[in-house]
Design a protein. Structure first.
Length: 143
């Protein structure tokens, strides 16, 4: 008896979504919960994959709090693990202010997106026309 050929391999997709207050405490909690979630998904706290994803979340969450805060609105964090890539998405309420990657070292601050750009395969911004939020995302290969 012959085995039937597999036409499609099963795909495992893991997700994590959480709202956080647009405060420094909310950003710290997001970083901590992502480190924990990565560990649960099999990427240990002290491993490269977990540390890189946690760094990306820390920078994007800090930007959401510092530059994307709108009083009374939280920021949303979403992780999606699929095919060895973690997509980090951070949505905040400041739609008119889009992040910009600074190339010069002369300005104070602004290094967060430089770090994200250095460790992520790609990153971007999705302004949501007609919506009350924008989405900043980054993709990190973990396997």
């Amino acid at each position: 008896m012959c085995a039937e050929p597999r036409l499609h391999e099963p795909v495992t997709v893991r997700t994590f979504t959480q709202l956080f207050s647009s405060t420094p405490r909310g950003a710290r909690l997001a970083r901590w919960l992502v480190a924990h979630r990565m560990d649960v998904w099999g990427f240990p706290y002290d491993g490269d994959a977990g540390e890189i994803v946690t760094l990306v979340v820390a920078e994007l969450a800090a930007n959401a709090v510092r530059h994307g805060r709108v009083p009374g609105r939280d920021f949303r964090l979403r992780l999606v693990l699929r095919d060895g890539v973690v997509r980090v998405e951070v949505a905040d309420g400041r739609t008119e202010r889009l992040p910009v990657l600074r190339k010069s070292r002369g300005e104070e601050g602004g290094y967060g997106l430089m770090l994200v750009s250095a460790v992520a395969e790609r990153w971007g911004v999705e302004p949501r026309v007609g919506c009350a939020y924008k989405l900043v995302w980054a993709e990190v290969r973990v396997a």
